[in-house]
Write a protein that binds this ligand. Structure first.
Ligand code: PFF
Length: 466
């Protein structure tokens, strides 16, 4: 078997793991759910979830990966015992499923990069861009959906097949700084807009009377998705971490970066939205998350944002980069399993994993309206009220698989791995001074399982917070 790859440095790891965490969850889903939940108070609850549940579980996953240097199935078997290895298997399955539908939406970013370039060169057509016909024709255009999905999968496979240092880390080292630079440019330009003050007020002034209790669960569920937790992605990335890198320092850097980017994405989108009253009113009525990122923003970029015709294609390029570094990590979970457990070489594992996920992706891509049959798919027991392959899979993954995976990972780390072992893993001369092992252990043994257990119970009694 080929020797196991490693990140070349802590910075390389942080960029790759932040690349996994920062994605459509930050740029598409978080602004949408924050808008839906009336801003300020929801943001505070989300921040608390990241600190109280997200960060401790990220430490668990990285710790299990680094201590065993194995992919999730074997890592959990070795760290916690044979009875826990199925959690790793469930993670691989979840990786397949999330990659399957996520890549369809990721593919849309390619179309918007291209479309914005066309608008920038030929002139923007607001009637075309804002119209339902435009969005509708796009969704029902089966061949285009398939082409975008296959292209995005091919990009993802090209990177993953090159391995850790030469593929994943290299891509992250190039893409992440560009992403951060474009975001910085956009946020500076957004802050000069008329609506910036109102946007900041909306985002950072908590009004607890406006949030519903379900928002707590929504924030908790999203903190799993956004930090790539609950399916072993961070166990896998942690397994390429060298022993001299502090797990705690790495985890906290990734969690902070992810959170800052999510907030910056909100500042950008909301500044733009609050600067145009008609758009704000339109959004208040519409609940479409797709609308906010893909339909609303082009109009605003070309009509309101200074230098918008340069920034618009750049912005969608940024979203594409962010999505790519996330899809890479999902495929890597599957590929690492095939390498470690099935003895495949990396190229073969990438081909098998990518092709397998593509089956799900294609079903999602044509179920958006191009073909009638798949859109009839429902799963009343697990995904009540959802139809269509993409909607059902998203519901099952975010409401069931990630929280359940996270629940068992925290139990494995807190109860099945001895304190002596976890303390030795987490506390060394590189550990930041603020980290208190006893506090982490209390959170991982009690607070996290109870909080995550609450999500699962809420899902069982039928609350949809996807
Ligand atoms: N964290 C990614 C995002 O916010 O878009 C999504 C994700 C990536 C979820 C990797 C799970 C995962 F393993």
């Amino acid at each position: 078997m080929e020797s196991r790859g490693h990140w070349s440095s802590r910075v390389g790891f942080v960029l790759a793991a932040a690349g996994s965490a920062i994605g459509l969850g930050n740029l598409w889903k978080f602004p949408y759910i924050t808008w839906d939940n009336s801003g300020g108070a929801f943001v505070l609850i989300y921040l608390a979830c990241i600190a109280v549940v997200g960060l401790p579980i990220m430490v668990c996953e990285l710790m299990i990966g680094r201590m065993t240097q194995k992919s999730p199935v074997e890592a959990l078997r070795e760290a916690a015992g044979p009875a826990w290895s199925w959690i790793g298997g469930a993670g691989v399955l979840t990786g397949f499923i999330i990659l399957g539908y996520y890549i369809v939406i990721a593919g849309w970013t390619l179309r918007y990069v291209w479309q914005c370039l066309v608008w920038t060169i030929n002139g923007f057509d607001p009637v075309q861009a804002g119209g339902d016909k435009f969005a509708g024709e796009f969704l029902t255009n089966g061949p285009l959906q398939v082409l975008l999905t296959v292209s995005f999968m091919a990009l993802t496979m090209a990177v993953v097949s090159r391995g850790i240092g030469g593929g994943i880390e290299k891509a992250a080292r190039i893409l992440m700084p560009i992403l951060l630079a474009i975001l910085a440019l956009l946020v500076v330009s957004a802050l000069t807009m008329d609506g910036a003050g109102e946007a900041l007020g909306f985002l950072f002034t908590p009004n607890f009377a406006e949030v519903e209790s379900i928002a707590v669960l929504e924030a908790l569920g999203h903190s799993f998705f956004t930090l790539s937790l609950g399916m072993g992605a961070m166990i896998t990335y942690g397994s390429y971490l060298s022993r001299k890198d502090s797990v705690v320092r790495s985890a906290s850097t990734v969690a902070i970066l992810d959170t800052v980017i999510a907030l910056v994405a909100c500042v950008i989108m909301f500044s733009v939205i609050f600067s145009v009253p008609e758009i704000k009113e339109g959004l208040s009525g519409s609940k479409s998350p797709v609308g906010m990122l893909f339909v609303t923003l082009p109009t605003l970029f070309y009509q309101q944002v200074p230098f918008g015709n340069v920034l618009a294609p750049l912005f969608y390029l940024l979203v594409a980069f962010a999505a790519l570094t996330s899809t890479i990590s999902m495929l890597e979970v599957v590929v690492a399993y095939f390498i470690d457990n099935k003895g495949m070489d990396r190229v073969k594992a990438t081909l098998v994993g990518g092709a397998g996920a593509l089956v799900i992706s294609l079903a999602c891509a044509v179920s958006l309206g191009a073909m009638n049959l798949p859109s009839q798919v429902t799963l009343p027991l697990l995904a009540p009220g959802k139809s269509g392959v993409l909607g059902v899979l998203d519901h099952v993954a975010s409401n069931w698989l990630l929280p359940v995976g996270g629940f068992f990972i925290t139990l494995a780390a807190g109860w099945a791995i001895s304190r002596k072992v976890s303390e030795a893993e987490l506390v060394d001369e590189n550990t930041p001074g603020w980290f208190k092992y006893g506090v982490w252990s209390f959170f991982v043994r009690f607070i996290c399982p109870i909080a995550v257990g609450a999500i699962i119970v809420a899902v069982i009694v039928g609350k949809d917070f996807s």
